[in-house]
Design a protein around this ligand. Structure first.
Ligand code: NAP
Length: 281
């Protein structure tokens, strides 16, 4: 579709931004729905983030996504922050409202929850979730557990202080978060109805996550938020053990929906064709 003078504009701010799959993802939806709009990569250095965000309403942008390293710093530069995003301590989506104010939210939370729901798997949330890792993504994953019905999660991280800090920061979510030693992770598997890898282990170029799934509950669901490769060693092991699995690409696709809806006025669908298109990159 050709852009007109009325084209709706959004983009993704990152530094660097060239790795981002968001332009490809939103570009697919813009073409699919025949929308007069554009979604562009915005290479914004950290020292320019404040000015770049402030410029959005002045140059007619409807908002943007934020990627590394801006998700935390941007909290200081928007006018309102969604309550859960404030607790999580990061935003990835900014919407310019009708008055020109910047509204920040964290759609990784809903993206994770939607990806899990998309499996149709009946989670037994009376058992805890096991979250491996305590980085930025782990915070969004833990915030999503509540909407999946969990009241309790076990957390393990190589650096225990980071897991303890996360549990303290996320206390307002009113979930019981039990921090355990890193080397206990395989023992914790047996009680978990959801096992989530939020570390970068298993990514292309990184070592695999060593986790013994032998004692896992038969009804456990295993997910890896790493999506390159799509089938991580953890997911391969889970499939070999006969467990239900879901890869991390769906989280990336679902997190993009609220922004697209706000900027371009269509609630876009996550389809197998979209997955294939993003994976072709
Ligand atoms: P981050 O804040 O840097 O956290 C990295 C995590 O990985 C920490 O828990 C870190 O442990 C752990 N880790 C790294 N190397 C390790 C090793 N050798 N042994 C044990 N643990 C190790 O990164 P993030 O933003 O949370 O992202 C984590 C992963 O999630 C990345 O692969 C990212 O691409 C992916 N992600 C996916 C989505 C999606 O939409 N699917 C969204 C966001 C992120 P320490 O604290 O001990 O360093």
């Amino acid at each position: 579709m050709m852009l007109s003078g009325k084209a709706k504009l959004a983009g993704v701010m990152g530094w660097p931004v060239s790795h981002s799959r968001s332009p490809r993802l939103h570009g697919y939806w813009l073409a699919q729905y025949g929308i007069d709009g554009a979604y562009v990569p915005l290479a914004v250095a950290p020292e320019n983030l404040k000015d770049a965000l402030a410029a959005l309403p002045k140059i007619g942008f409807r908002g943007c996504n934020l990627t590394i390293p801006h998700k935390e710093a941007a909290l200081d530069y928007v006018n309102t922050i969604d309550e859960t995003a404030r607790v999580v301590g990061a935003i990835n989506t900014v919407v310019v409202d009708d008055a020109g104010a910047l509204r920040g939210s964290n759609t990784d939370i809903e993206g994770f929850a939607q990806n899990i729901r998309s499996t149709g798997h009946m989670l037994d949330a009376s058992h805890p979730a096991l979250v491996i890792g305590a980085g930025g993504a782990a915070r969004a994953v833990i915030a999503a557990l509540k909407s999946l019905g969990f009241t309790r999660a076990a957390i393990v991280n190589r650096t225990p202080e980071r897991a303890k800090a996360l549990a303290k920061d996320l206390a307002p979510l009113a979930l019981t978060l039990d921090v355990h030693a890193w080397d206990r992770r395989s023992d914790l598997v047996k009680d978990a109805s959801l096992v989530v890898n939020t570390t970068s282990l298993g990514m292309n170029g990184a070592p695999p996550l060593a986790l013994d799934l032998a004692a896992a509950r038969d009804d456990a669901l295993v997910t890896d938020i790493v999506y390159a490769p799509l089938e991580t060693p953890l997911l391969q092991a889970a499939r070999a053990r006969g467990l239900a699995c879901v890869d991390g690409l769906g989280m990336l696709l679902h997190q993009a929906r609220p922004g697209f809806r706000a900027w371009f006025g269509v609630d876009p669908e996550v389809t197998p064709a979209l997955r294939a298109h993003v994976l072709k990159d």
